[in-house]
Design a protein around this ligand. Structure first.
Ligand SMILES: [Zn+2]
Length: 79
């Protein structure tokens, strides 16, 4: 995928494109989940990288500019 393939920021690995079924992104106080999304994964340490177009998409979803459905997520105290 053209948006990755560059040298990783924090180690000597290469950031490789990987299409994942679901990835959750923080947005302000909440989260947005994108499906079938091309993220970057460092082939050395596994760190995840997000192309700017992914974050633009997250903002579009969060502000209601993209058709999306909502799922309930369980939330609880650790202890
Ligand atoms: Zn790395």
């Amino acid at each position: 995928m053209i948006m990755y393939g560059y040298k990783a920021e924090y180690c000597d690995g290469i950031v490789r494109a990987k299409i994942v079924k679901r990835e959750s992104f923080k947005h302000k106080d909440g989260f947005v989940i994108l499906e079938n999304v091309p993220i970057g994964v460092c082939d050395h340490c596994g760190a995840r990288y997000y192309h700017a177009s992914l974050l633009r998409r997250v903002a579009e979803v969060a502000t209601g500019h993209v058709a999306a459905h909502t799922e309930l997520v369980p939330v609880a105290q650790f202890a």
